[in-house]
Design a protein around this ligand. Sequence first.
Ligand SMILES: [Zn+2]
Length: 499
Amino acid sequence: MVRALRHDDVVFMYAAEDEQAYADYGATVVGWGGAHTLDRVRRYAALGIHATGTMWCLTAGAEALHKDPDLREATCRDIEGKPIAVPWLPDHVYEGTPSWFGCTNHPTFRAHVRKQVANAMAGGAAGLHVDDHLGSAQSTANHAGCFCDACMAAFRLWLVEWATPGLLAEAGVMDFEDFDYRTLVHAYATTRDTYLEIQHTIPLHHAFVDCQLQLAAEHTRQLGSLAAEIANRPVTLSANTCLPHPEHLVVTPHLSYLVGEVAQYAESGTARLLETVRAYRMAEAIGKPIAATGMGWDWAYVKEHDLEALVRIWIALSYACGQRLMAPHRMWCFTPEKGTHWYQGPTDAYAPLYRFVRAHPELFRDCRTVGPLAVPPRIPADLDTHTDREALRTALDAGDPRPLETGDRLWIFPRERGDGTPVVHVVSLAYDPEADGVTAQSDVEIRVPGHIYGRTFSRAKAYRYDADPSEVAVAVGSDLDLTLRLATQRLWTTFTLVA
Ligand SMILES: [Zn+2]
């Protein structure tokens, strides 16, 4: 049995050049590769760090595409038959050849990707991380792809297998035996621009996207099997999955855990963090823990404005929701003006929060959300189709769930350990962007409605990353409502309650 992510894991996105950083943060996982050689794998094992190899399914790269006609042939095509360049790699061009999407349904690109898995796992790493796992499905969902011969053949087979009277009527055919989706699409759009404008109104569009997403999920699963074969042992399989984007959900049943971007909305201060909480809740709902990073533009904004206190809120919020923001040791930044650049987070600013998590596993491990953000009882188990994924979203949004709130934007996250012990996180969103600081609040009352734990408690213990633990009095009302009074609340306080 391979390990999944634990609630008290401290995850580095990339390998650190200076190993001291692992000790400073208390790192337990390097999520996005770095263990491609036997030496590296041994070194990580000695450090007690779960380490992975990584590769990507996005593109063969401009230089390889320029030099290899077979790889050029195996690129994603629009309805005009033209290859599609990856929009966020405008600076990755080799002698005039851009970085075109590779088609993960084309045998040549698939062979190329499998070679990369062999390289990534050459040292016998403990896990494989698949970057840009969506492959052709990414180009299909958002960039007018992929209408290559291989994708059309795969879609035809998919339609034959999943044919319903509804799909046949939508396509206007009696059967799918000789069906070519390009013929149907040509009746509506013959250029990429037109297609992008009206794709959602073209018959079978949802079926086409569903098919591509399912093919991407199966392809990723196969890469995981190949990795295990090469390492000659079970390995973890992760993929860059951005929640709450629905197209990233399809692969999740095959993954050990998720590693990917969750928007933090840095430019809005803390105003939009409810959306971030909803993404973390989605991870809990589908039962796949996530090691999150912000989006490229989140880190670019943090870097430009030097917003350490804001990032500390992100860290606290992620663990309070039962997930984990990756240590901001080296984070990918992106803006259209600057392209790719990097944020090297100062250790002193962030490591104390992660060391706190490692020092108190009992506050995190084996906990689940209770109260208003608890996972609802009826969650769709299947995520393969557009309809399934909409059903998940509807189930999670029902009743507009929000954290409990008190004081000036203090969010309360009640959780419960497997042994029934309540663990309550209080995270402050009272953020001053001018000063990049969290405003301290005095004499704060924390109320937890009686129906959440439904019993009495005599005392509580408060834990903080920046102070010693302390005893806190608990008042219990006749309706079992709990009231705790805090002399001071800064960023993050975590309580355990004792009967
Ligand atoms: Zn294709």
